[in-house]
Design a protein around this ligand. Structure first.
Ligand code: NZQ
Ligand code: ZN
Length: 377
Protein backbone atom coordinates (compact mmCIF):
# COMPACT_ATOMS: atom_id res chain seq x y z
CA UNK A 1 0.00 0.00 0.00
CA UNK A 2 1.27 3.43 -0.85
CA UNK A 3 -0.70 6.63 -0.57
CA UNK A 4 1.17 9.86 0.16
CA UNK A 5 -1.79 12.28 -0.28
CA UNK A 6 -2.40 14.60 2.65
CA UNK A 7 -6.17 14.89 2.95
CA UNK A 8 -7.94 17.85 4.56
CA UNK A 9 -11.63 17.11 5.18
CA UNK A 10 -14.39 19.29 6.63
CA UNK A 11 -16.16 22.61 6.51
CA UNK A 12 -13.82 25.52 5.78
CA UNK A 13 -10.67 23.48 5.02
CA UNK A 14 -9.96 25.54 1.91
CA UNK A 15 -8.96 28.43 4.15
CA UNK A 16 -5.75 26.45 4.70
CA UNK A 17 -5.05 26.12 0.95
CA UNK A 18 -2.99 29.32 0.61
CA UNK A 19 -0.67 28.43 3.47
CA UNK A 20 -0.24 24.89 2.15
CA UNK A 21 0.41 26.20 -1.38
CA UNK A 22 3.10 28.60 -0.19
CA UNK A 23 5.17 25.53 0.71
CA UNK A 24 5.54 24.77 -3.02
CA UNK A 25 6.35 28.21 -4.45
CA UNK A 26 4.85 31.56 -5.36
CA UNK A 27 3.23 30.98 -8.76
CA UNK A 28 0.29 28.65 -9.40
CA UNK A 29 -1.73 27.51 -12.38
CA UNK A 30 -5.39 27.31 -11.37
CA UNK A 31 -7.31 24.77 -13.45
CA UNK A 32 -11.10 24.52 -13.41
CA UNK A 33 -14.13 23.53 -15.49
CA UNK A 34 -16.90 25.25 -17.34
CA UNK A 35 -17.88 27.69 -14.62
CA UNK A 36 -19.77 25.89 -11.82
CA UNK A 37 -17.04 26.95 -9.38
CA UNK A 38 -17.66 30.61 -10.14
CA UNK A 39 -21.43 30.29 -9.81
CA UNK A 40 -21.28 28.51 -6.46
CA UNK A 41 -18.53 30.63 -4.93
CA UNK A 42 -15.73 28.06 -4.55
CA UNK A 43 -13.58 30.05 -6.98
CA UNK A 44 -13.74 33.17 -4.79
CA UNK A 45 -12.80 31.22 -1.68
CA UNK A 46 -9.84 29.59 -3.43
CA UNK A 47 -8.57 32.89 -4.87
CA UNK A 48 -8.93 34.59 -1.48
CA UNK A 49 -6.93 31.89 0.25
CA UNK A 50 -4.20 31.87 -2.42
CA UNK A 51 -3.76 35.61 -2.85
CA UNK A 52 -3.91 36.04 0.92
CA UNK A 53 -0.79 33.86 1.07
CA UNK A 54 0.95 35.90 -1.63
CA UNK A 55 0.56 33.35 -4.43
CA UNK A 56 0.40 34.71 -7.99
CA UNK A 57 -2.36 32.87 -9.85
CA UNK A 58 -2.61 32.11 -13.59
CA UNK A 59 -5.75 30.42 -14.86
CA UNK A 60 -6.73 27.69 -17.28
CA UNK A 61 -10.55 27.41 -17.23
CA UNK A 62 -12.89 25.41 -19.48
CA UNK A 63 -11.95 21.76 -18.81
CA UNK A 64 -14.85 19.71 -20.16
CA UNK A 65 -16.40 16.64 -18.51
CA UNK A 66 -14.71 13.58 -20.09
CA UNK A 67 -11.60 15.75 -20.51
CA UNK A 68 -9.56 15.86 -23.72
CA UNK A 69 -5.83 15.86 -24.49
CA UNK A 70 -5.96 19.25 -26.26
CA UNK A 71 -6.80 21.07 -23.01
CA UNK A 72 -3.98 19.31 -21.18
CA UNK A 73 -1.46 20.32 -23.85
CA UNK A 74 -2.62 23.97 -23.92
CA UNK A 75 -2.64 24.25 -20.12
CA UNK A 76 0.81 22.66 -19.85
CA UNK A 77 2.11 25.18 -22.39
CA UNK A 78 0.62 28.04 -20.35
CA UNK A 79 2.16 26.65 -17.18
CA UNK A 80 5.61 26.43 -18.80
CA UNK A 81 5.30 29.94 -20.26
CA UNK A 82 4.39 31.45 -16.88
CA UNK A 83 6.90 29.38 -14.95
CA UNK A 84 4.36 28.11 -12.43
CA UNK A 85 5.64 26.02 -9.54
CA UNK A 86 2.42 24.23 -8.72
CA UNK A 87 -0.98 23.34 -10.16
CA UNK A 88 -4.21 23.85 -8.27
CA UNK A 89 -7.22 21.91 -9.54
CA UNK A 90 -10.66 23.07 -8.44
CA UNK A 91 -13.43 20.78 -9.64
CA UNK A 92 -14.48 17.19 -10.12
CA UNK A 93 -12.60 14.22 -11.57
CA UNK A 94 -12.29 15.75 -15.03
CA UNK A 95 -10.44 18.80 -13.69
CA UNK A 96 -8.29 16.78 -11.29
CA UNK A 97 -7.38 14.23 -13.96
CA UNK A 98 -6.47 16.97 -16.44
CA UNK A 99 -4.34 18.63 -13.77
CA UNK A 100 -2.51 15.34 -13.15
CA UNK A 101 -1.62 15.09 -16.85
CA UNK A 102 -0.65 18.79 -16.91
CA UNK A 103 1.65 18.17 -13.95
CA UNK A 104 3.56 15.37 -15.74
CA UNK A 105 3.42 17.06 -19.18
CA UNK A 106 4.89 20.39 -18.08
CA UNK A 107 8.40 19.07 -17.32
CA UNK A 108 8.35 16.63 -20.27
CA UNK A 109 9.11 16.98 -23.95
CA UNK A 110 6.62 14.22 -24.64
CA UNK A 111 2.91 14.63 -25.22
CA UNK A 112 0.30 13.84 -22.63
CA UNK A 113 -1.10 11.12 -24.92
CA UNK A 114 2.26 9.35 -25.20
CA UNK A 115 2.29 9.10 -21.41
CA UNK A 116 -1.43 8.26 -21.06
CA UNK A 117 -1.08 5.40 -23.52
CA UNK A 118 1.89 4.06 -21.57
CA UNK A 119 4.48 4.58 -24.36
CA UNK A 120 6.57 6.98 -22.29
CA UNK A 121 6.93 6.99 -18.52
CA UNK A 122 6.73 10.35 -16.73
CA UNK A 123 9.99 11.37 -15.10
CA UNK A 124 8.95 14.38 -13.07
CA UNK A 125 5.81 16.23 -12.02
CA UNK A 126 4.87 19.71 -10.91
CA UNK A 127 3.25 19.58 -7.42
CA UNK A 128 -0.52 19.33 -7.58
CA UNK A 129 -3.05 20.46 -4.98
CA UNK A 130 -6.69 19.43 -5.38
CA UNK A 131 -9.85 21.18 -4.24
CA UNK A 132 -12.70 18.76 -4.82
CA UNK A 133 -16.21 19.96 -5.75
CA UNK A 134 -17.86 16.68 -6.73
CA UNK A 135 -17.86 13.35 -4.88
CA UNK A 136 -17.33 10.53 -7.36
CA UNK A 137 -14.01 9.44 -8.80
CA UNK A 138 -11.55 9.29 -5.90
CA UNK A 139 -9.06 11.15 -8.10
CA UNK A 140 -8.36 13.47 -5.15
CA UNK A 141 -6.55 10.66 -3.35
CA UNK A 142 -5.16 8.41 -6.05
CA UNK A 143 -2.55 8.36 -8.78
CA UNK A 144 -4.89 7.67 -11.71
CA UNK A 145 -6.18 9.92 -14.44
CA UNK A 146 -8.36 9.35 -17.47
CA UNK A 147 -8.20 11.37 -20.66
CA UNK A 148 -9.92 11.22 -24.02
CA UNK A 149 -8.44 11.46 -27.51
CA UNK A 150 -11.33 12.16 -29.87
CA UNK A 151 -9.22 11.82 -33.01
CA UNK A 152 -8.31 8.25 -32.06
CA UNK A 153 -11.73 7.57 -30.48
CA UNK A 154 -10.01 6.40 -27.31
CA UNK A 155 -10.41 7.11 -23.62
CA UNK A 156 -7.56 5.80 -21.49
CA UNK A 157 -6.86 5.49 -17.78
CA UNK A 158 -3.26 5.62 -16.62
CA UNK A 159 -1.55 5.84 -13.25
CA UNK A 160 1.92 6.63 -11.93
CA UNK A 161 3.09 7.55 -8.41
CA UNK A 162 4.21 10.96 -9.73
CA UNK A 163 0.53 11.70 -10.36
CA UNK A 164 -0.63 11.63 -6.74
CA UNK A 165 -1.81 15.09 -5.62
CA UNK A 166 0.41 16.39 -2.81
CA UNK A 167 -2.61 17.52 -0.80
CA UNK A 168 -6.36 17.55 -1.37
CA UNK A 169 -8.97 19.77 0.25
CA UNK A 170 -12.43 18.26 0.68
CA UNK A 171 -15.10 20.59 2.00
CA UNK A 172 -18.45 18.74 1.67
CA UNK A 173 -20.24 22.11 1.46
CA UNK A 174 -18.48 22.59 -1.91
CA UNK A 175 -20.63 19.71 -3.20
CA UNK A 176 -23.97 21.19 -2.06
CA UNK A 177 -24.46 22.77 -5.50
CA UNK A 178 -23.94 19.54 -7.48
CA UNK A 179 -27.17 18.88 -9.39
CA UNK A 180 -29.20 15.68 -8.85
CA UNK A 181 -27.95 13.89 -11.97
CA UNK A 182 -24.23 14.30 -11.18
CA UNK A 183 -24.87 13.53 -7.50
CA UNK A 184 -26.40 10.23 -8.63
CA UNK A 185 -23.58 9.49 -11.11
CA UNK A 186 -21.08 10.04 -8.30
CA UNK A 187 -22.83 7.47 -6.11
CA UNK A 188 -22.86 5.00 -9.02
CA UNK A 189 -19.17 5.63 -9.71
CA UNK A 190 -18.08 5.02 -6.13
CA UNK A 191 -20.05 1.76 -6.06
CA UNK A 192 -18.52 0.78 -9.40
CA UNK A 193 -15.01 1.29 -7.99
CA UNK A 194 -15.87 -1.06 -5.14
CA UNK A 195 -17.26 -3.61 -7.60
CA UNK A 196 -14.18 -3.51 -9.85
CA UNK A 197 -12.21 -4.45 -6.72
CA UNK A 198 -14.72 -7.11 -5.66
CA UNK A 199 -14.43 -8.86 -9.04
CA UNK A 200 -10.63 -8.62 -9.03
CA UNK A 201 -7.99 -11.31 -8.69
CA UNK A 202 -7.15 -12.92 -5.36
CA UNK A 203 -8.80 -13.51 -2.01
CA UNK A 204 -8.85 -10.72 0.57
CA UNK A 205 -11.55 -11.19 3.17
CA UNK A 206 -10.93 -7.97 5.12
CA UNK A 207 -10.85 -5.93 1.90
CA UNK A 208 -14.13 -7.59 0.90
CA UNK A 209 -15.59 -6.21 4.13
CA UNK A 210 -14.25 -2.72 3.43
CA UNK A 211 -15.85 -2.94 -0.01
CA UNK A 212 -19.20 -4.12 1.32
CA UNK A 213 -19.20 -1.39 3.99
CA UNK A 214 -18.60 1.35 1.43
CA UNK A 215 -21.30 0.02 -0.91
CA UNK A 216 -23.77 -0.23 2.01
CA UNK A 217 -22.95 3.35 2.99
CA UNK A 218 -23.75 4.45 -0.57
CA UNK A 219 -26.92 2.34 -0.77
CA UNK A 220 -28.16 3.81 2.51
CA UNK A 221 -27.13 7.44 2.15
CA UNK A 222 -27.20 7.92 -1.65
CA UNK A 223 -31.01 7.95 -2.00
CA UNK A 224 -31.29 9.95 1.25
CA UNK A 225 -28.98 12.58 -0.23
CA UNK A 226 -31.02 12.79 -3.43
CA UNK A 227 -34.08 13.46 -1.28
CA UNK A 228 -32.19 16.06 0.78
CA UNK A 229 -29.51 17.57 -1.49
CA UNK A 230 -28.88 20.44 0.95
CA UNK A 231 -28.01 18.13 3.83
CA UNK A 232 -24.34 18.75 4.70
CA UNK A 233 -23.93 15.54 6.73
CA UNK A 234 -25.19 13.40 3.86
CA UNK A 235 -22.90 15.23 1.43
CA UNK A 236 -20.01 14.54 3.83
CA UNK A 237 -20.81 10.82 4.12
CA UNK A 238 -20.95 10.37 0.36
CA UNK A 239 -17.82 12.44 -0.19
CA UNK A 240 -15.84 10.36 2.29
CA UNK A 241 -17.18 7.11 0.83
CA UNK A 242 -16.18 8.17 -2.70
CA UNK A 243 -12.63 8.99 -1.60
CA UNK A 244 -12.26 5.68 0.26
CA UNK A 245 -13.63 3.71 -2.70
CA UNK A 246 -10.57 4.39 -4.87
CA UNK A 247 -7.60 5.34 -2.72
CA UNK A 248 -6.06 1.90 -2.40
CA UNK A 249 -8.22 0.63 0.48
CA UNK A 250 -10.53 -1.43 -1.75
CA UNK A 251 -7.59 -2.86 -3.71
CA UNK A 252 -5.46 -4.01 -0.79
CA UNK A 253 -4.51 -7.67 -0.70
CA UNK A 254 -5.51 -8.36 -4.30
CA UNK A 255 -3.32 -8.77 -7.33
CA UNK A 256 -5.64 -6.49 -9.32
CA UNK A 257 -9.17 -5.28 -9.78
CA UNK A 258 -10.98 -6.20 -12.98
CA UNK A 259 -11.77 -2.79 -14.56
CA UNK A 260 -13.49 -4.30 -17.61
CA UNK A 261 -16.69 -2.40 -16.87
CA UNK A 262 -14.84 0.91 -16.74
CA UNK A 263 -13.31 0.08 -20.13
CA UNK A 264 -16.81 -0.51 -21.53
CA UNK A 265 -18.13 2.70 -19.93
CA UNK A 266 -15.31 4.75 -21.46
CA UNK A 267 -16.52 3.68 -24.94
CA UNK A 268 -19.97 5.13 -24.19
CA UNK A 269 -18.30 8.40 -23.14
CA UNK A 270 -16.09 8.53 -26.25
CA UNK A 271 -19.02 7.90 -28.58
CA UNK A 272 -21.83 9.90 -27.01
CA UNK A 273 -20.18 11.97 -24.27
CA UNK A 274 -22.21 10.06 -21.68
CA UNK A 275 -21.13 11.14 -18.16
CA UNK A 276 -18.83 8.61 -16.53
CA UNK A 277 -21.19 7.47 -13.73
CA UNK A 278 -24.10 7.11 -16.16
CA UNK A 279 -21.95 4.94 -18.43
CA UNK A 280 -21.30 2.62 -15.49
CA UNK A 281 -24.93 2.25 -14.40
CA UNK A 282 -25.54 1.04 -17.98
CA UNK A 283 -22.46 -1.19 -18.25
CA UNK A 284 -22.39 -2.87 -14.82
CA UNK A 285 -25.77 -4.67 -14.94
CA UNK A 286 -24.99 -5.86 -18.51
CA UNK A 287 -21.55 -7.13 -17.46
CA UNK A 288 -22.93 -8.89 -14.37
CA UNK A 289 -25.53 -10.64 -16.55
CA UNK A 290 -22.70 -11.84 -18.78
CA UNK A 291 -20.82 -13.17 -15.74
CA UNK A 292 -23.86 -14.62 -13.94
CA UNK A 293 -23.27 -18.22 -15.00
CA UNK A 294 -19.46 -17.87 -14.84
CA UNK A 295 -19.04 -16.54 -11.30
CA UNK A 296 -22.42 -17.14 -9.61
CA UNK A 297 -20.91 -17.53 -6.15
CA UNK A 298 -19.07 -14.23 -6.20
CA UNK A 299 -22.24 -12.41 -7.31
CA UNK A 300 -24.29 -14.32 -4.77
CA UNK A 301 -21.98 -13.40 -1.84
CA UNK A 302 -22.12 -9.77 -2.88
CA UNK A 303 -25.92 -9.86 -3.01
CA UNK A 304 -26.15 -11.46 0.42
CA UNK A 305 -23.78 -8.92 2.01
CA UNK A 306 -25.27 -5.82 0.39
CA UNK A 307 -28.96 -6.55 -0.16
CA UNK A 308 -29.59 -9.58 2.07
CA UNK A 309 -30.51 -11.87 -0.82
CA UNK A 310 -28.07 -14.31 -2.34
CA UNK A 311 -29.75 -15.17 -5.63
CA UNK A 312 -27.39 -13.96 -8.41
CA UNK A 313 -30.14 -12.78 -10.81
CA UNK A 314 -31.86 -10.97 -7.99
CA UNK A 315 -28.55 -9.33 -7.01
CA UNK A 316 -28.11 -7.99 -10.54
CA UNK A 317 -31.70 -6.73 -10.49
CA UNK A 318 -31.09 -5.07 -7.10
CA UNK A 319 -28.12 -3.12 -8.47
CA UNK A 320 -29.99 -2.16 -11.63
CA UNK A 321 -33.06 -1.06 -9.63
CA UNK A 322 -30.85 0.90 -7.24
CA UNK A 323 -29.19 2.80 -10.09
CA UNK A 324 -32.65 3.54 -11.53
CA UNK A 325 -33.88 4.71 -8.13
CA UNK A 326 -31.02 7.21 -8.06
CA UNK A 327 -32.06 8.43 -11.52
CA UNK A 328 -29.03 7.07 -13.37
CA UNK A 329 -29.77 5.32 -16.70
CA UNK A 330 -29.43 1.54 -16.98
CA UNK A 331 -29.78 1.38 -20.77
CA UNK A 332 -28.38 3.58 -23.56
CA UNK A 333 -31.97 4.27 -24.57
CA UNK A 334 -32.47 5.83 -21.13
CA UNK A 335 -29.81 8.51 -21.62
CA UNK A 336 -31.94 10.65 -23.91
CA UNK A 337 -29.22 10.42 -26.57
CA UNK A 338 -30.39 9.76 -30.11
CA UNK A 339 -27.93 6.95 -30.77
CA UNK A 340 -29.52 5.92 -34.11
CA UNK A 341 -29.69 2.59 -35.97
CA UNK A 342 -25.96 2.40 -36.45
CA UNK A 343 -25.32 2.68 -32.70
CA UNK A 344 -24.72 -1.04 -31.98
CA UNK A 345 -22.20 -1.32 -34.83
CA UNK A 346 -20.43 1.88 -33.81
CA UNK A 347 -20.22 0.78 -30.19
CA UNK A 348 -18.77 -2.59 -31.22
CA UNK A 349 -16.19 -0.83 -33.36
CA UNK A 350 -15.14 1.56 -30.56
CA UNK A 351 -14.92 -1.37 -28.11
CA UNK A 352 -12.54 -3.06 -30.54
CA UNK A 353 -10.49 0.12 -31.08
CA UNK A 354 -10.14 0.50 -27.30
CA UNK A 355 -9.40 -3.23 -26.90
CA UNK A 356 -11.95 -3.38 -24.10
CA UNK A 357 -11.16 -6.09 -21.60
CA UNK A 358 -10.98 -6.91 -17.93
CA UNK A 359 -7.74 -7.79 -16.16
CA UNK A 360 -9.32 -10.93 -14.74
CA UNK A 361 -12.54 -11.67 -16.62
CA UNK A 362 -11.50 -11.74 -20.26
CA UNK A 363 -14.04 -10.73 -22.87
CA UNK A 364 -14.42 -12.46 -26.24
CA UNK A 365 -15.96 -11.01 -29.38
CA UNK A 366 -19.22 -12.82 -28.70
CA UNK A 367 -19.18 -11.26 -25.20
CA UNK A 368 -18.92 -7.84 -26.89
CA UNK A 369 -22.07 -8.65 -28.89
CA UNK A 370 -23.91 -9.76 -25.75
CA UNK A 371 -22.89 -6.61 -23.87
CA UNK A 372 -23.89 -4.28 -26.71
CA UNK A 373 -27.31 -5.95 -26.99
CA UNK A 374 -27.86 -5.73 -23.22
CA UNK A 375 -26.83 -2.08 -22.98
CA UNK A 376 -28.87 -0.95 -25.98
CA UNK A 377 -32.41 -2.10 -25.19
O1 NZQ B 1 -17.37 22.04 -15.66
P1 NZQ B 1 -18.10 22.56 -14.48
O2 NZQ B 1 -18.81 23.82 -14.72
O3 NZQ B 1 -17.24 22.61 -13.24
O4 NZQ B 1 -19.29 21.52 -14.14
C1 NZQ B 1 -19.08 20.18 -13.72
C2 NZQ B 1 -19.41 19.17 -14.83
O5 NZQ B 1 -20.38 19.67 -15.69
C3 NZQ B 1 -20.11 19.84 -12.67
N1 NZQ B 1 -19.71 20.18 -11.31
C4 NZQ B 1 -18.59 19.84 -10.63
N2 NZQ B 1 -18.62 20.31 -9.38
C5 NZQ B 1 -19.79 20.98 -9.24
C6 NZQ B 1 -20.49 20.90 -10.47
N3 NZQ B 1 -21.69 21.50 -10.66
C7 NZQ B 1 -22.21 22.18 -9.62
N4 NZQ B 1 -21.61 22.28 -8.41
C8 NZQ B 1 -20.40 21.69 -8.18
N5 NZQ B 1 -19.84 21.78 -6.97
O6 NZQ B 1 -20.26 18.43 -12.77
C9 NZQ B 1 -20.04 18.01 -14.10
C10 NZQ B 1 -19.21 16.74 -14.10
O7 NZQ B 1 -17.90 17.01 -13.65
P2 NZQ B 1 -16.75 15.93 -13.83
O8 NZQ B 1 -15.51 16.45 -13.22
O9 NZQ B 1 -16.69 15.47 -15.25
O10 NZQ B 1 -17.32 14.70 -13.00
P3 NZQ B 1 -16.60 13.52 -12.24
O11 NZQ B 1 -16.05 13.98 -10.94
O12 NZQ B 1 -17.57 12.41 -12.21
O13 NZQ B 1 -15.34 13.13 -13.16
C11 NZQ B 1 -15.50 12.31 -14.28
C12 NZQ B 1 -14.17 12.05 -14.96
O14 NZQ B 1 -13.26 11.34 -14.08
C13 NZQ B 1 -12.80 10.13 -14.71
C14 NZQ B 1 -13.96 9.79 -15.62
O15 NZQ B 1 -13.59 8.87 -16.63
C15 NZQ B 1 -14.35 11.15 -16.17
O16 NZQ B 1 -13.51 11.52 -17.23
N6 NZQ B 1 -12.43 9.12 -13.70
C16 NZQ B 1 -11.31 9.33 -12.99
C17 NZQ B 1 -10.83 8.39 -12.10
C18 NZQ B 1 -9.60 8.60 -11.32
N7 NZQ B 1 -8.85 9.66 -11.58
O17 NZQ B 1 -9.26 7.80 -10.48
C19 NZQ B 1 -11.51 7.11 -11.87
C20 NZQ B 1 -12.91 7.08 -12.37
O18 NZQ B 1 -13.29 5.75 -12.58
C21 NZQ B 1 -13.13 7.85 -13.63
O19 NZQ B 1 -12.77 7.09 -14.77
ZN1 ZN C 1 -15.17 5.31 -12.22
Amino acid sequence: MYNPVKLHFGKGVTQKLGKAASGYGKKALLVYGKGSVKKSGEYDQVIKSLTGAGIEVFEYPGIKPNPVVEDVEKAAELGREKGVEMIIAVGGGSVLDSAKYISISMPSEHSCWEMASGKIKPEASVPLLGVLTLAATGSEMNMFAVVQNDREQKKIGYGHPLMFPKQSFLDPSFTLSVPADHTAYGVVDLIAHCLEGWFGEGEASLTDRFIVSIIREAVEYGPALLREPDNYDLRARIMFAATMALNGLTATGRKSGDWGVHAIGHCLSVLWDIPHGASLSIAFPAWMKLQESRIPERISTLGREVFGSSDPSQTIRHFSDFFSLLGSPVKISGTGIEAGDKAPARLLEVMKINEVNGSVHKLSESDYHFLVREMMQ
